[in-house]
Design a protein around this ligand. Sequence first.
Ligand code: PMP
Length: 438
Amino acid sequence: MANDPRAEHFWMPFTANRQFKASPRLLEGAEGMYYTDTAGRQVLDGTAGLWCCNAGHGRREITEAVSRQIARMDFAPTFQMGHPLPFELAERLARISPEGLNRVFFTNSGSESADTALKVALAYQRAIGQGSRTRLIGRELAYHGVGFGGISVGGMGNNRKAFGSSLLPGIDHLPHTLDLKRNAFTRGLPEHGVELADELERLVTLHGAENIAAVIVEPMSGSAGVILPPQGYLQRLREITKKHGILLIFDEVITGFGRVGEAFAAQRWGVTPDILTCAKGLTNGAVPMGAVFVSEQIHEAFMHGPESTIEFFHGYTYSGHPVACAAALATQEIYQRENLFQKAIELEDYWQDALFSLQGLPNVTDIRTVGLVAGIQFAPHAESVGRRGYEVFRQCFEDGLLARASGDTIALSPALIVERAHIDAMVERLADAIRKAA
Ligand code: PMP
């Protein structure tokens, strides 16, 4: 590929293109827990693709549902027109969503879901006569996709720095909750840090609640390297937002569909937001699709005015795309039939014990796990931040394990069909890679 001019045309997302094309890693097949690369090697998938193939790869039911749907009707508009599938899917999703969040807007990705959620929040405040509530609050290190709304409330410097003052105005960021001094190597949710939620009170005092529309957080930050919410933190955010009439948005693009042992993290941690976003696991990654759940109360606020008015000037050509809906319905059927969300709970202790066996290996400064997700953090290389994480990731791939590096953290998030033997193999390969990279 290094000398192949045909390789120059694809501008790869979130990738060091020049480095990649000099020594590419290419996958061409996928089945169950494994990818096959272009050299014919089996690669154990430790990341469910990109946190999305929660039912494992190559699920026949999804393939068949998609092919049947393309053959029957490839596309149909959902603007002032419709077809039955998104209605059926929304009804099905409302059965597993957190209580009360039973109105569903469809998008095509996590980024679109985040921007949609922010727009719903702003439009809702206006609809209920709270039009001065235009400020949004995100969090440091947060990832909410790459739309302008998402990077503005997001808190990853690299994703924002090229855009300067073109980011949305009127946004503040709560502190992140990563605290290696107090919480390193905690099993499950960290003990310390609930008080970080009180920063929200400070922002309310600063700006006035009457100017703040919504707070958006990932209940567990994924892309920043699996940062778990301190015990009581999400509850505290919920109390403060409720007290001040501020909407709470959970971005569950990663945590949705069983990653932490319930359909959604909101349920696992007993905190119900006003708006919830998802994508990825919705279709098992097979077809792009996202969704935004809102409470009945929010939805109702849009349904006044004459019947002939369009309630919300927002939507995508592919909102509720028939092929995506078919993939999502087949996926949800598999999750339910195989009781996959429950598997993340059943395996949680085994997973945690396996991961914590890495404690003490060179440069490992923290291990964070919950459900079937883990972050293993390394002391940065003297030369550059992120290099250690990348080296471990590269070594893992060479040894037949797909892991995910974000900065100097390696994240693992296997499909929920994972078995103990896969977990053992993952941790063994990762341990080897950590030793080699040191
Ligand atoms: N929100 C969160 C929490 C995510 O983790 C991601 C993707 N990793 C997104 C939004 C963006 O999703 P997409 O890449 O589908 O736009």
